[in-house]
Design a protein around this ligand. Structure first.
Ligand code: SF4
Ligand SMILES: [Zn+2]
Length: 356
């Protein structure tokens, strides 16, 4: 069975189990200090619900590790509803200091089929009028990062930093196609980065690459190497910063299916630490390490003595971009053995999934 057929089959089952929620129930917001372009700074995060990621809804079945489609409305969300939700979420904050606004749409903000133009214009106009909003960050697949779309956004917030985050996941086209089922190649990504680079003389526009640590069918050792190499590749292509996403097991994904069968484990926190240390030494652009799911049954795991401590240390290091060299725990030996000798979970051939 091909990866897209498998993704589709698993996705179809997951979509049947979705409990209907209103766009308001699907929205969320929180805030904390995060790394901004001027250092540690106040950041507001918002989830704005849309019909869902076009790639996940297409024949492709979506990416093998992502279940955001289950958190989407699956029905078009009107501009007026999106604007109302945005205003409600934004109204919960004082905005009395320079603030970055991160808007997550569980898909592509720049795809007008997911996020209607009218809502984009109204929301960016509002943000443009707020002096303390210094940065606006959105996410998009590279195929929607066209000159026309980026120019449209930049012209609405000409004085703000505008960052477009793209899920590159890996610099290896084979991994991205057959293990992540991402549906684009390096050329597509580079084209999008070039669009952003081409507008830098006129606007403060930036690119960010998300890098997945440990796709399915990848050994611990290979996962570390691939993540480190991907950060270097992103820097070389002119990406402004990278954000690592160590795998967590989302429900209703190919990754979950393999995990349930004992064929996949999220990365160890030690591996995450190794990636962080190597990248912060070898790559000059800022790198953020996502710590969601750390220490949980479905997330990166070391041992119960060090999971939480390391999570806090990594979160702090994101703010000052430091390396973490002197952390010790007895569980490190086990990880060292596994990364030295273990070459499990690696498939040398195109993925075939036996039906049982
Ligand atoms: S990772 Fe991004 S592109 Fe892939 S299915 Fe999820 S939202 Fe869509
Ligand atoms: Zn430990």
């Amino acid at each position: 069975m091909k990866i897209q057929e498998l993704s589709q089959e698993i996705r179809a089952k997951a979509l049947k189990r979705i409990k209907e929620k209103t766009p308001q129930e699907l929205s969320a917001t929180w805030s904390h200090e995060d790394l901004t372009y001027s250092g540690e700074g106040s950041t507001i995060f918002m989830i704005l619900p849309t019909t869902g990621c076009a790639w996940a809804l297409a024949e492709s079945g979506g990416c093998t590790m992502c279940s955001y489609i289950s958190e989407s409305s699956l029905e078009p969300v009107s501009s007026s509803t999106l604007i109302e939700i945005f205003n409600d979420l934004l109204g919960r904050y004082d905005l009395n200091e320079p603030t970055a606004i991160k808007m997550f749409t569980s898909g592509s903000f720049l795809n007008q089929g997911e996020f209607p133009l009218e809502a984009r214009i109204e929301i960016l106009n509002t943000l443009n009028g707020l002096e303390n909003v210094t940065e606006v960050i959105v996410e998009s697949r590279p195929e929607y990062v066209t000159k026309e779309e980026v120019l449209n956004c930049c012209s609405l917030i000409p004085e703000k930093i505008f960052e477009i985050s793209m899920g590159l996941e890996t610099s290896d086209d084979y991994t991205r196609e057959f293990k992540v089922n991402k549906g684009f190649n390096k050329q597509d990504f580079e084209k999008a980065v070039d669009v952003i680079k081409g507008l830098k003389s006129e606007y403060n526009v930036k690119s960010k690459a998300y890098i997945l640590i440990k796709p399915i069918l990848t050994s611990e050792k290979d996962a570390i190497e691939e993540a480190v190499q991907t950060a270097s590749y992103a820097e070389e292509k002119g990406v402004d910063r990278v954000s690592f996403c160590p795998s967590t097991i989302h429900k209703g994904t190919v990754m979950e299916e393999l995990w349930r069968k004992g064929s996949y484990q999220p990365p160890r926190v030690w591996s995450v630490l190794e990636v962080l240390n190597r990248v912060r030494q070898s790559v000059k652009i800022p790198s953020i390490m996502d710590t969601s799911g750390f220490g949980s049954r479905r997330g990166p795991y070391n041992c119960k003595n060090c999971n939480d401590k390391l999570k806090k240390i990594i979160m702090k290091s994101n703010l000052n971009q430091s390396t973490i060299k002197d952390f010790k725990c007895d569980c490190k030996v086990e990880w060292e053995t596994e990364t030295k000798f273990g070459d499990i979970n690696r498939s040398p051939s195109r993925i075939q999934y036996p039906k049982n």
